[in-house]
Ligand binder design. Structure first.
Ligand SMILES: C[S@@+](CC[C@H](N)C(=O)[O-])C[C@H]1O[C@@H](n2cnc3c(N)ncnc32)[C@H](O)[C@@H]1O
Length: 209
């Protein structure tokens, strides 16, 4: 997959630059994509994740979309709203962290076999730093799985996600992975169900040590 060449700085700006803590202060016990799209994402996770995996759900909420019947070795979550995270039945541990202020993951190197980011990547204003951190906390051959759809909180999504068509949004996320310097096999999977919100998944693999 080719990466986007020069990226203008204002790609990463947002209409609402007030603190994200304010925007995410109240919990939202809602879903952000249609039920059929959630099923498609869960099916993808079922195909690519193994029960022995240590999983990190980044930009997490009360729902992680993991298959109910599979227990993973460990699931950690990071998000913005503590009440949502406390209610997420899949998380063995969680933390609150604003990645736009502190784009550092509070985990050791090689700590996870999979890092997930569901329908949230458009809110990152410092994505290159975050994806370098994702590569750091992934074990060699670990998977980074970023899913995207077309809904967004418009004032909080970066400009790039307003102006780029879907294929270029996927390439942009592929560029985040590529520029971490430690991810290979970057692929786009269109798993959009019929008559429901689309689902594009960009996956990358942490290069062998
Ligand atoms: C559309 S919701 C998606 C939540 C969940 N991943 C899902 O699939 O339902 C966007 C999520 O992005 C997270 N988020 C937004 N801005 C963030 C930031 N600055 N730092 C960390 N997480 C952020 C919030 O926790 C919020 O739950």
């Amino acid at each position: 997959m080719s990466e986007l060449p020069g990226l203008p700085d204002d790609f990463f700006a947002r209409e609402d630059e007030t603190p994200d803590e304010d925007f995410y202060q109240d919990p939202r016990f809602t879903t952000h994509i249609d039920d059929a799209t959630i099923v498609a994402l869960t099916n993808y996770y079922r195909e690519v994740l193994k029960p022995s995996d240590r999983v990190l759900d980044l930009m997490s909420s009360w729902i992680s979309h993991l298959p109910n019947e599979i227990r993973y070795r460990h699931v950690a979550g990071l998000g913005m709203n503590e009440q949502e995270l406390a209610r997420n039945p899949r998380l063995d541990r969680y933390g609150v962290r604003n990645l736009n202020v502190t784009p550092v993951l509070p985990f050791e190197d090689d700590a996870f076999d999979a890092v997930l980011m569901a329908v949230s990547v458009q809110y990152l204003t410092r994505p290159f730093e975050v994806f370098r951190e994702i590569a750091r906390v992934l074990a060699p051959r670990g998977k980074c799985i970023v899913s995207m759809s077309h809904r967004l909180f418009p004032t909080k999504a970066i400009y790039a996600f307003h102006v780029l068509p879907p294929a270029d949004r996927c390439r942009l996320v592929g560029t985040y992975m590529h520029r971490s310097g430690r991810m290979t096999d970057i692929e786009v999977h269109d798993r959009s169900p019929a008559n429901a919100d689309p689902l594009w998944i960009v996956s990358g693999t942490r290069s062998p040590a």
